[in-house]
Design a protein around this ligand. Sequence first.
Ligand SMILES: Nc1ncnc2c1ncn2[C@@H]1O[C@H](COP(=O)(O)OP(=O)(O)OP(=O)(O)O)[C@@H](O)[C@H]1O
Length: 864
Amino acid sequence: MNKGVARSQVAAVAAPSRCGSTQNMSANVKVVVRVRPLNNKELEHNSQIVVDIVDDKMLVFDPKEEIRPFFYHGMQQQNKTFLKRANKELKFVFDNVCGPNATNKDVFETSTKDIITSLMEGYNCSVFVYGATGAGKTFTMIGNIENPGITYLTMEHLFHTIGSFGNEREFDIGVSYIEVYNENVYDLLKPSNTPLQLREDSKYGVMIAGLTLCNINTARELLNLLENGNKNRTQHPTDSNAESSRSHAVFQVYVKMRGKASSQLRIVKLSMIDLAGSERASATGCIGDRFKEGANINKSLLSLGNCINKLADGSSYIPYRDSKLTRLLKDSLGGNCKTVMIANISPSNTSYEDTYNTLKYAARASKIQLSIKKNIVDGDMRLSQYVKINEELKKKVKELEAKLSLSTVKVVDNKDKLMEEWKRRILEEESALSQVESKLVSLMSRQRVLALRHRLRTQAFSHVADLAHRSSYDALQQMCTEEIPRHERAAENYVKQSAGLDAKIKICWTKWCECRQRMQSLFKQALSECSSLSDFVEKLKLQSEMRLIKASDDLTYKLLCIENEEIKAFTDYMSDMPSMLKKLYLTLKGYGQAPPALTAEYLEIMKKAKLAKGITWCDSQDEGDDQFKFISTLDLEKPIINLEFDIKKDGIVTDLTTDSEDLTDIENRDPIRNSAMKRKGTPTKLKTDETVLIDDSIELLDTTRTLGSAKKLKQEYDIPVYDNPIDPSNLNSTFVLPAKLESLKKQPIKNEVNLTTRSAFMNRPMVSQKMLNFNDKGVTFNKPIVGKAMPLRRVPPTLNPRPTAGFGSSLSRDGTPLQRNMQDVPRMKVNDPQRSVGYKSFRARERVQAHPYTRPTGANTWRH
Ligand SMILES: Nc1ncnc2c1ncn2[C@@H]1O[C@H](COP(=O)(O)OP(=O)(O)OP(=O)(O)O)[C@@H](O)[C@H]1O
């Protein structure tokens, strides 16, 4: 065996405590009571003895005193002992009772000598001393040089025993010495301020991490170790004991035995515990730190007492964890351990309570039943045993492998199930999403088709209206006028349908967004739990994209078909134009009325017509405009629900009321959107359900295209008064037609003035309910007014000389201030006999002037 101190892992040494083959046996805790002699103090105080030792196994606590008769004046007195409390006279029987004269050797002989035999047999053994402060625990355990304690004696005996086994076994002995002070564990062999930690292992039991183990070979070495260790132990004087130990000291010996002939290995542990004394603060007179020590001591001893009680009662739960001490003694008290308890008591009545308590605990402890087993590993097994064990292990391995493969299949199974479950959930959600999506796509397609049809219809109507307006052909104008209500109804229907679709799209789009959000989070969850679903998820995403692309393609195809039909109709319409144009041109030419510019233009058009491989759609510029984009694309992310093909935008009527008097200004404000809508003769729907008709009934107005000039013309032209006078200052070319145009149209049209101008007024349904003025000076009439562009009697010219009016001048020839852009036109009188001639010549001049090719450079007309 090696000498000296060596650090080693406790686990390695303590390992065998719960392993190896065992031989079970039951045993009680052996309890030895030691009664110390009265100390000097007790003797000085004439203390009475309250413990009567009957024999080596029995004692009586607080025995009855022999009552001697007391006589006074010859009479026996009865009440002599009336102040004396009643004796308990409790009889206790223990494994051994050592009296005041017993030496440590005697105690050793009766208590721990036997346990060395048990230790050699392979049992863990434990000895602890219990008692009040100053009861003689340390004296029993450690003793002194002259009278060594049981630790030394036990170890001496151990070494003696080891010596007797010298030929049979090899031994290895390690010792540790610790103290539990204030619920902290300290190493007494390697003093440190850092407490050691207790570890509990199901296999090896309670261990102390970082504990120092010292190898010793002789009892003398042990004595030196104990002496050094005790120097490190916490001791403080108390009233009860001048050298009171304030901690629990645990001395442990690990013995490793290996049979020389066999390979049998025994590793056993002997624990010897010197407990701190149980105490009453009053008895010890402790205050401050000592009081705290005492409280902790009492606490751990109380836990020990509880454990002893529970163990004695056979309780299934033992509160070992209540204190460090009980955790350390767990093995000694209730585990695989032969245990000896030495209860130290004082015989003095001054320690009456302590002695009584100690005896009670000792009595309880003696009832603890232990189940102990030998810690023997038989290393001398024959080959056949190895083979058998090997086969058993192989069998076990196979069983485990089978279990493992089953569990793997199960895991795979579970994985598949999980994947299938996710797929099912995703497909369910996908089906819901595609249903909503298909509805949304269908609604949006309908919206776009409707918008396109409306746009085409509006354009077509605008073309016809423009043509009719430009023409003086009454039939054409009539045709256009009849178209108005139809167009109005169509526009109304469009607005209604469009609004309905917008609402449906909005609802459907919200649903679609929710579905898609759910779908996204489902994808996310599924992928986080089952990454193998990534292909499946990607496939679904692609499918969804494909679905949208297809829907978009279908829509584009549908729109193209509609536009194709339109182009075809337009082509048919246009194909008649060249022949008509040719006839007209030739007629004009025949009359010598075709100017060179007109000829050049005609030839240019004919050239183009010949070269044209096809017809270019007149609105081809729409390709680049937003409206066209809206129609032809399908963007589910941003559904457009406020269409702008009408003048309505967000429920607000586009401003037709303007300060500008120039029609061109209005048209130019938003040429792309409004040109077709606000050209003269084009009805435009207002918020009030009325229709604005920009209607220059007097063809003369074509010369100027300005309202100011129109007014001026009308004033100068002196158009006769009809039914109701209208203030010419408010006269303009815009009329508001009521919604029920049909009824008004049926009113008889007066045709009193046989003038083209008048006819233009009369034959057009210029039935006004309200007049719009571009200067925001509208006048409302309650009754319908028929044909009423009323002339204003001219204001007599002033006497002041007027500036000469000329071409482009802002003054008329007669000095009347002209409106902006006013053209110089000859003045005519309606009642003039030559009026019609005058008018005709006026129209002729006007037309010549109006035509861009015919702006006169002199008085000549063009003749070919
Ligand atoms: N059997 C005995 N024979 C002679 N003296 C004894 C005996 N038992 C105890 N003593 C003496 O009594 C005094 C107190 O003993 P000891 O220190 O062992 O008490 P203790 O129970 O360990 O007290 P504490 O718990 O406070 O440490 C010591 O001086 C000791 O020498």
